[in-house]
Write a protein that binds this ligand. Structure first.
Ligand SMILES: [Zn+2]
Length: 107
């Protein structure tokens, strides 16, 4: 109870503390290029590519199956971030009914 009274008396310090907590949170990475130009190159190099959800309630990460992706698209499909990012939606957020947020690809 004493703790609650103390919080009520110092609202400005709580706001400052919350703001400082938010500022310390890691920011989602800006556009990061997948290093290899096509899916065939990425597959041949055995490069691992991950897709991360940017929703703060989720933040899940999944490793892409480049072999399966190459089969669904084509080996010559470009594999830069901007070429692939629009193909993915976070299934966990979709199932939870959350807003669609951007995903980020990285190796
Ligand atoms: Zn998500």
């Amino acid at each position: 109870m004493a703790g609650i009274l103390q919080i009520v008396r110092k609202p400005a310090s709580i706001v400052t503390e919350i703001r400082n907590m938010i500022l310390r949170l890691p920011r989602p990475p800006r556009e990061i290029a997948v290093p290899l130009e096509t899916l065939a190159h990425t597959l041949a190099a055995r490069e691992s590519v991950y897709v991360d959800c940017s929703h703060s309630m989720c933040c899940r990460s999944a490793k892409l199956d480049i072999q399966a992706l190459t089969g669904r698209l084509e080996p010559g499909h470009r594999s830069m971030h901007q070429d692939l990012v629009g193909l993915f939606v976070c299934s966990h957020c979709k199932a939870a009914g959350r807003d669609r947020r951007p995903v980020f690809l990285h190796s």
